[in-house]
Write a protein that binds this ligand. Structure first.
Ligand code: GDP
Length: 298
């Protein structure tokens, strides 16, 4: 369905290269593994993760006395499933949740917030949005538009206001209005990254303090899959500043190098919770390892 369609570039890209590679060799040898390494690195799997993956594959092929290269595909799928194993989705069941959404401008943060809000609303959750990117008037307006479309309330201040003050008001409002889910947008300007990280730290501190025991706090980082290894280095910076709990990886439909899914998970040890495979609301999906691997390879 949608997932398979959204991943078609990656299927035609690195997945078919791997399939071709395994078909092209009549026996398993060092050269095959070197070619595999090259394909994986070019597909943005990341050097470190690629080495580990290929090493594991070699060991297993050896242990299981596999002679036919075509059998490597099954092993590779197993290894990838193990690497990617994580809980998908944003949990809103047990306790009211504050979802702080971070990421640099243009990655699809606002769209992701809108989509999460819409899905939660459809699941009969009481949702509140907060326009915490006070740096750009357009960001506040975009969120207003989503709030109107989804039918949720929005907490916003003037452009240039203190983002932490917006967060404070939003958490107070969510508690008094018994919201199930408060989604706080944040700034993502790139040119003043030092200030941005300081601002995000402050926002998280205020959210955590005001949420107290009443609300769970979760930080979701939105990354653009088409930026490849850049996404990985961005993630490291955000994680250092605000301790990221989960990742939404957008625009997987726009890249043939879907390998970034693997390097993000492995090199950061942060689970991917959502993936975006298109511009439609239905294209933001909970990340489920088995269906993801099946959509890629089957
Ligand atoms: P923000 O600056 O991070 O808030 O980014 P926006 O939410 O405004 O999104 C930037 C652009 O990316 C918009 O045109 C979105 O429609 C588009 N976008 C977001 N997610 C996806 C996705 O999964 N696939 C595709 N193809 N486009 C996406």
């Amino acid at each position: 369905g949608r997932l398979k369609k959204g991943l078609s570039k990656t299927r035609r890209g690195f997945v078919s290269q791997i399939q071709g590679l395994f078909k092209g060799y009549s026996s398993i040898n060092e050269e095959l593994f070197e070619d595999l390494e090259e394909i994986l690195i070019q597909a943005d799997v990341g050097v470190h993760t690629t080495m580990k993956l290929v090493e594991n594959l070699k060991e297993r092929a050896d242990e299981e006395k596999i002679k036919d290269p075509s059998q490597l595909m099954g092993l590779l799928k197993d290894e990838l499933t193990e690497l990617l194993n994580a809980e998908g989705g944003i949990e809103t069941q047990d306790k009211p949740t504050v979802l702080m959404v971070v990421g640099v401008n243009g990655v699809g943060k606002t769209t992701t917030i809108g989509k999460i809000a819409k899905r939660a609303k459809n699941a009969n959750k009481k949702v509140l949005l907060a326009a915490g990117d006070t740096f750009r008037a357009a960001a506040i307006e975009q969120l207003q538009a989503w709030a109107a479309e989804v039918g949720t309330e929005l907490i916003s201040h003037q452009e240039g206001a203190d983002a932490a003050a917006v967060a404070y008001d939003a958490v107070q409002a969510a508690k008094s209005r018994d919201n199930d889910l408060l989604i706080v947008d944040t700034a993502g300007r790139l040119h003043t990254q030092e200030n941005l990280m300081e601002e995000l730290k402050k926002v998280k501190k205020v959210i955590t303090r005001e949420a107290g025991d009443e609300m769970r706090v979760e930080v979701l980082l939105v990354l653009d899959a088409t930026t490849g290894q850049n996404a990985v280095s961005q993630a490291k910076k955000f994680d250092q500043a605000v301790d990221v709990d989960g990742i939404a990886l957008t625009k997987l439909d726009g890249t043939a190098k879907g390998g970034v899914v693997i390097s993000v998970t492995e090199e950061l040890d942060i689970p991917i919770k959502l993936i975006g495979v298109g511009e439609d609301v239905a294209d933001l999906q909970d990340f489920e390892v088995d269906s993801f691997i099946a959509a890629l390879f089957d």
